[in-house]
Design a protein around this ligand. Structure first.
Ligand SMILES: [Fe+2]
Ligand SMILES: [Fe+2]
Length: 373
């Protein structure tokens, strides 16, 4: 069934279109059992006053009419739309994996993640439909029309195919972890309904990262998938996660901070003032990088002695956004000076056709250790 062409005029209308999207994606609602989609707002844990920027100390806005400028309203609409886009996209990317799960436990985890991502998209559309009038309805409808498999989702990571279960664990570890950063930054928002949406989403998101983190440890422990294959999957996905933070010198993140609608990741604990608002994306990305370096160190504890450890690629390597686009850097952040072409080098450090064949063989064996009880 095609997605209805008309603009949803109520949230119930939108829910009907969401059902059409589920059918289009091939997500059978019977899989959800008694799981119910709902918008969840945790207003109690939102700070009552604006936390930073030009309006700091004033009451947070509860209704769109309280938002002081149209530009701020537009920026909020954009932030909510982009967040919602990633939520539906990841279901489109992962849906096909349900038939090839290594264990029933993993199938159920993936199903839960896909249900929660749909709820997150639902939540963003509830905001759009409740608070943003016709413009919100236009965006809520478009969120169900773009498709990761057509490559027209808004952000790079969310148009990349998750080809197999290794990709699934790498994606949940690194890209969902980026999601945690985005949600936490929005949890400090001056727009109260947006800030109140983040607590419940962050709780659910932590299960997604945990699934990725655990899955990768179980893979390394089992030692069936060769580490270079794993490293090449890291090299493919992690630069896309760095890109999700946006350009280093960004006026939109500067304005989002000045207006109080998107904070630093550590806004609640960082008491020092922002010295360079244009570099906020770089600041948050660096915190993220430090966290994934620690995560990879934990995974490396399961690497057999004598084998090469896994690494986080340097932030300059293979970027599609920012100042390093088109530059020739090695995975470990050195200027590339090898023989042959840089394209050949990339071909050797990003997933290869041979990797696909190796993985296909691995997946016929016990390739992932049992989940620790
Ligand atoms: Fe999510
Ligand atoms: Fe997630």
């Amino acid at each position: 069934m095609a997605v209805t062409a008309s603009l949803p005029s109520t949230f119930d209308d939108w829910i009907g279109q969401f059902g059409d999207w589920q059918r289009k994606v091939g997500f059978d609602t019977a899989w959800l059992g008694d799981y119910k989609f709902e918008a969840k707002y945790d207003f109690e844990n939102v700070k009552p006053t604006i936390e930073f920027g030009d309006y700091a100390g004033k009451p947070k806005w509860e209704r769109p009419l309280q938002i002081p400028h149209q530009n701020i309203r537009d920026a909020l609409l954009h932030l909510i739309t982009v967040q919602g886009d990633t939520e539906f996209a990841s279901v489109e990317q992962q849906r096909h994996l349900l038939t090839s799960a290594p264990t029933e436990y993993d199938r159920k985890s993936a199903l839960r993640i896909m249900a929660e991502e749909q709820r997150h998209g639902w939540q963003m559309c509830h905001l759009l439909m409740t608070y943003f009038g016709k413009e919100g309805a236009i965006e809520a409808k478009k969120l169900l029309e773009r498709n990761a498999n057509d490559g027209n989702r808004l952000l790079g990571s969310f148009n990349e195919p998750t080809k197999n279960w290794l990709d699934f664990f790498v994606f949940t570890q690194f890209v969902d972890r980026d999601g945690k950063y985005q949600l936490k930054m929005l949890s400090h928002s001056a727009f109260k309904p947006l800030a109140a949406s983040m607590g419940p989403m962050l709780k659910e998101e932590s299960f997604h990262l945990g699934t990725g983190s655990n899955g990768l440890r179980r893979i390394v422990k089992q030692d069936t998938i060769p580490l270079p294959v794993l490293q090449r999957a890291f090299n493919r996905w992690i630069p896309t996660a760095f890109d999700l933070f946006g350009k280093d010198g960004s006026t939109s993140s500067e304005w989002a901070y000045v207006w109080g609608i998107k904070g630093r990741y550590d806004e609640d604990t960082n008491t020092s003032p922002v010295t360079d608002k244009r570099m906020l994306n770089a600041y948050n990305r660096d915190l993220y990088r430090q966290e994934i370096v620690r995560e990879v160190e934990i995974i490396n504890k399961s690497v057999a002695p004598g084998k090469p450890k896994l690494i986080v690629p340097d932030g300059k390597f293979h970027r599609a956004i920012g100042e390093h686009v088109g530059q020739e850097w090695t995975v470990d952040g050195q200027p590339w000076k090898g023989k042959g072409s840089y394209a050949d080098y990339l071909g050797s450090v990003l997933p290869t056709k041979e990797d696909d064949a190796v993985l296909a063989e691995c997946f016929k064996q016990e390739w992932i250790a049992a989940k620790a009880a």
